[in-house]
Design a protein around this ligand. Sequence first.
Ligand SMILES: NC(=O)c1ccc[n+]([C@@H]2O[C@H](COP(=O)([O-])OP(=O)(O)OC[C@H]3O[C@@H](n4cnc5c(N)ncnc54)[C@H](OP(=O)(O)O)[C@@H]3O)[C@@H](O)[C@H]2O)c1
Length: 238
Amino acid sequence: MSTLGIIGSGNIGAAIARLAVSAGIPVVLSNSRGPQTLTGLVSELGPLASAGSIQQAAEAGEVVVLSVPLAAHTAIPAALLKGKAVLDTTNYYPFRDGRVAELDEERLTTSELVLQHFQGASLTKAFSNILAHHIPQLSRPAGALDRTALPVAGDDVGAKATVMNLVEQLGFDAVDAGTLADTWRFEPETTAYTRLYVADPLTPDARLLHAPAAPVPSRRLSEALKRAVPVRVAARSF
Ligand SMILES: NC(=O)c1ccc[n+]([C@@H]2O[C@H](COP(=O)([O-])OP(=O)(O)OC[C@H]3O[C@@H](n4cnc5c(N)ncnc54)[C@H](OP(=O)(O)O)[C@@H]3O)[C@@H](O)[C@H]2O)c1
């Protein structure tokens, strides 16, 4: 991987950036407020990290991570990502994003909706079913016996292979979870969503954001994806 562009450098974008620089991959970070607001993160990440405009991050990236709230994705000009391999981490949280009819009526998955805006980009969904603080807890070097698996799904076979390779470089086993239409299987409230990675299955919702993680091997993730049943999205409150 030459360089990773990052649009959205919050909990997930920064966690991915940390793993990338540890793996020797340069990153160009961006957010909505401008590169001057990312100087602390850039200095913490070291010489492989820099900050730029959204355009600079998009242009620099062989793969571009899109990690913004769903409601913000249409503010990013689609032309910037045309022809790009995009790693999409987006989830739909109605309390944060407002209600979206196509998602509530289960006509589209969240990534299919995002792709409607970024026409001409090759979108692959990954790092969307794991809590941000679990990412550094579970990343392991290649060959480690307690590696954790993450689902990776997309319609463009070449772009998906590139993202699966990136996920592996960042310390996780990549499980092919099909196409963007299949990504409902690891959207919020499914069996393959964030709770899968929580060490104590009895952790109450209120403590999830502080709960420790435990490794999830590929076979367990594949079973969770297979077992998933469609969530009634309109009934979701978070
Ligand atoms: N947090 C998790 O555990 C988790 C897990 C799985 C998936 N996800 C999903 O991953 C995505 C990111 O989540 P997060 O928790 O990392 O969010 P976050 O911490 O709120 O960070 C969001 C980032 O997006 C940037 N942003 C917002 N509007 C933008 C715009 N118009 N152009 C460019 N950048 C913009 C923000 O920049 P500013 O701060 O400058 O506005 C910020 O850097 C969301 O879709 C979320 O649902 C989150």
